[in-house]
Design a binder for this molecule. Structure first.
Ligand code: FAD
Length: 286
C-alpha cells in the first residue's frame, strides 16, 4: 500500500473513504467525503493576494498564525462528511455540537439497530473524587465481571421487551422507548473543519467522557491528521497541547520568575529562547 505521506490528497480521500475505524465494541467512524485540504485554508486566507506563494513553509507559517490568533473562517472552507455508529448515551453528548448537519437512522421508520455497547469486566470505572463529572480508577475485576453480566442481562431483556412489542403490533416509534441507552445508532455527520476542530478540542480533552474521547480521537488521528497535516500540526500545538493562562496566572508566573532570579542576573533573552526552541520550529518565521 502506498504510504499516506506520498499520496495525493485525492488518492488519500479515496483511500480513507468508507474505511471503518472501529470504536468501542461495535461502533465505528468512517469518512464519506471531504472537500478541501490544507491549501484550501491557505487559499481563503490569501484571498486578497490571489493564489499567493506556493511555498509549503509559508503555508505552514500562515496556518499556524491563523490557528494561534483564532482567525477561524479560512478553516470553514473545508468540509468533512462522516458515517458514525455510536451508542445513544454517547450520541447524546455528540449531538450537542449544533454546528454540524446530521441525518440519523430512524427507529420510527426502521427496527432499531440490534446492537448495544457492552462494557468488558475491566472497563468499569469508579467515580472520580476530584472531578464530579469524571471517572477514577478501574473497579476490581471480580466486581467488573458481575457488572458486565448484569449489563448483558439488562440489555437482552430490554431487547426482548422491544421485540415483543413489535410482535404485538406496537408502532416502532412507541416500542423503542425502553431500549437500553447503550443501543447503537448511526448517522451521517457533516461539519466544516473549523467546527470539527472545536468538537475535537472539547471531546479529545481529558475532561471529556472516555467513550466520546475514543470517537473523537479516532476521527482526529485517523482521518483529520492525514487529510490536513499542516492544520493538524498547528491544532496539536496551539489547541490540543496548548495552554491558556489567565491574567492572574500570568502575574503569578512573572512574580515567581522575578523571585527565582539571582540578584543582578538578566532575564532570559531572545537568544536564550531561540537556543532552546524545538528543532521543528526553526524554519518558521516568528
Ligand atoms: C467536558 C464537557 C462537559 C459538559 N457538561 C455538560 C453538562 O453538564 N450539561 C450540559 O448541558 N452540557 C454539557 N456539555 C456540553 C457543552 O455545554 C456544549 O453544549 C457542547 O460542548 C457543544 O459546544 P458548543 O456549543 O461550543 O458547540 P457547537 O454547538 O458546535 O457550537 C460552536 C460554537 O458556535 C456558537 N453557537 C452555536 N450555537 C449557538 C447559539 N444558539 N447561540 C450562540 N452561539 C452559538 C458558539 O460560539 C459555540 O461555541 C459539556 C461539554 C463538555 C466538553
Amino acid at each position: 500500500m502506498e504510504d499516506q505521506m506520498t499520496m495525493s490528497h485525492a488518492d488519500l480521500v479515496n483511500d480513507l473513504r468508507w474505511k471503518k475505524f472501529p470504536v468501542l465494541n461495535d461502533g465505528f467512524v468512517c469518512l464519506v467525503d471531504c472537500m478541501g485540504d490544507d491549501a484550501a485554508v491557505v487559499q481563503a486566507a490569501r484571498v486578497s493576494y490571489g493564489e499567493g506563494t506556493k511555498r509549503v513553509s509559508d503555508d505552514r507559517t500562515l496556518i499556524r498564525y491563523l490557528m494561534r490568533h483564532r482567525h477561524t473562517t479560512p478553516f470553514e472552507m473545508a468540509e468533512l462528511k462522516f458515517l458514525v455508529r455510536v451508542p445513544m448515551d454517547c450520541w447524546r453528548q455528540w449531538i450537542r455540537h449544533r454546528t454540524a448537519s446530521v441525518n440519523e437512522y430512524s427507529a420510527r421508520y426502521s427496527v432499531a439497530i440490534d446492537s448495544t455497547q457492552a462494557t468488558a469486566p475491566g472497563e468499569w470505572r469508579t467515580q472520580a473524587e476530584q472531578n464530579r463529572q469524571g471517572s477514577g480508577a478501574p473497579l476490581p475485576d471480580d466486581v467488573g465481571r458481575q457488572l458486565s453480566e448484569d449489563e448483558h442481562h439488562f440489555q437482552v431483556t430490554a431487547r426482548q421487551v422491544y421485540q415483543k412489542r413489535l410482535e404485538a403490533g406496537v408502532a416502532r416509534e412507541q416500542a423503542r422507548k425502553d431500549l437500553a441507552l447503550s443501543t447503537y445508532t448511526e448517522a451521517y455527520w457533516k461539519i466544516d473543519l473549523h467546527n470539527l476542530l472545536h468538537f475535537l478540542a472539547l471531546r479529545m480533552d481529558p475532561h471529556a467522557q472516555k467513550e466520546i474521547r475514543d470517537y473523537s480521537t479516532a476521527i482526529g488521528e485517523n482521518i483529520v491528521k492525514p487529510l490536513f497535516p499542516i492544520v493538524w500540526e498547528a491544532f496539536a500545538d496551539y489547541r490540543l497541547g496548548g495552554l491558556f493562562l489567565s491574567r492572574l496566572e500570568i502575574i503569578v508566573m512573572q512574580r515567581l520568575m522575578a523571585r527565582s532570579r539571582a540578584p543582578g542576573a538578566p532575564f532570559w533573552t531572545e537568544s536564550d529562547f531561540l537556543a532552546v526552541q524545538d528543532e521543528s520550529w526553526r524554519s518558521l518565521s516568528r
